[in-house]
Design a protein around this ligand. Structure first.
Ligand code: PLP
Length: 368
């Protein structure tokens, strides 16, 4: 049996007729960018998240870039973010000219809220909370720190569509919540897509202007914007998929509950879920000192895995200019060496789940 890390077509085939019908509807409508589908999706997604406004965008990176731009964060400003973030989180900050200030992650792979305040300086303008792998960060503490220090709070929800902290949706704690709808995300389209959510009409309006060349009215360009529009066909697909998001998240949860119960290999540390937080299991991320051996062992059994992420942003070539040395973020760097995402996708069969569990349990470090 061959098992890939992700098998996206399974999800498509579950509701194939609806997607195909939607595609035809949009193709025949004669309107392809920022039309009825995008407007309806914005309304439906804002309602689902519990935010006043949603603005559809071209992708998740643009959501981050435009969130910081709308908040006026740029050159000379510092933004606090976890060291083990995805590279896009950091690029969203630096493309605006601001500097990332890295904080080590906690045992739940999110920013360690107890280590934020020591990094705040008079240049700090915002905290970016990344709800990594689907699990909500400690928003109670993070929000209190942001409020106390008068910092903007941006949430990266690219991996947390539907995850909550204290029963409140991620994306609704800060000034702006940023989403990606890249195909592999829990709410993914069949191409690129993204959005921001916010309760602030002013911020939503600003981002609407930025996404369309800085124009409020056609050919009346108020600011230097970008082109980052959600196209109609992707918005249409997202409207179909949004109806099933809870169902898809529940299915992933039941797969992960089996992993949690049935994987019992002393060389493997299973993920933990924070009290008061929910996870939508964007990834099921284990840690092991024997990662490279485990990857090879699984591969020899035709099971393929991915590392999210092997090179932390501060040690990537792109951020050489920050002049951070290996060892400067020891927990982040250990996670980068030890994390591994097990196969997880909607439509995963019991046979496939059993096979992964058995192989992982049969792995013996140093014994090949
Ligand atoms: C996917 C992702 C992004 C970027 O989204 P794109 O749509 O690929 O630009 C940003 N942040 C996180 C945490 C992500 O997982």
């Amino acid at each position: 049996m061959k098992i890939m890390p992700n098998t996206l077509d399974r999800q498509f085939f579950m509701h194939q007729a609806e997607y195909e019908q939607k595609a035809l509807e949009v193709l025949r409508s004669g309107w392809y960018v920022l039309g009825k589908e995008a407007a309806e999706f914005e309304k439906e997604f804002a309602a689902y998240i519990g935010a006043k406004h949603c603005v559809g965008l071209g992708n998740g990176l643009d959501a981050l870039i435009l969130a910081f731009r709308a908040l006026g964060i740029g050159e000379g400003d510092e933004v606090i973010v976890q060291g083990n973030a995805y590279i896009a989180c950091v690029m969203g900050i630096t493309i605006n000219g601001a500097s990332p200030i890295f904080v080590e992650p906690d045992e739940y792979n999110n920013i360690d809220a107890d280590k934020i305040e020591e990094k705040i300086t008079d240049k700090t303008k915002a905290i970016l909370a990344v709800h990594l792998y689907g699990q909500a960060s400690n928003m109670e503490k993070i929000k209190a720190i942001a409020d106390k220090n008068k910092l903007c709070l941006v949430e990266d929800c690219a991996q947390s569509h539907g995850a909550c902290f204290n029963g409140k949706m991620t994306g609704t704690f800060g000034d702006i919540g940023c989403f990606s709808f890249y195909p592999s995300k829990n709410l993914g389209c069949f191409g690129d897509g993204g959005a921001i959510v916010t309760d602030s009409e002013a911020l939503a309006e600003k981002i609407k202007v930025y996404r369309n060349y800085g124009s409020e009215k056609r050919y009346h360009n108020m600011v230097v914007g970008i082109n980052s529009r959600l196209d109609e066909i992707q918005a249409g697909f997202l409207r179909v998929k949004l109806k099933y998001l809870e169902e898809y998240n529940t299915e992933r949860n039941s797969i992960c509950q089996r992993y949690l119960k049935e994987i019992n290999n002393p060389d493997i540390e299973l993920p933990k879920v924070r009290k008061n937080a929910t996870t939508i299991w964007h990834q099921f991320v284990i840690r092991t000192k024997y990662r490279e051996q485990l990857i090879e062992y699984l591969k020899s059994n035709d099971i393929y895995t991915i590392v999210h992420y092997p090179i932390p942003p501060h040690l990537s070539k792109a951020y050489e200019y920050l002049k951070m040395q290996p060892g400067s973020l020891p927990i982040t760097e250990r996670y980068a060496r030890e994390v591994l995402s097990l196969p997880l996708y909607n439509g995963m069969t019991n046979e496939e789940i059993n096979y992964v569990i058995n192989c992982v349990n049969n792995f013996k470090a140093g014994d090949q």
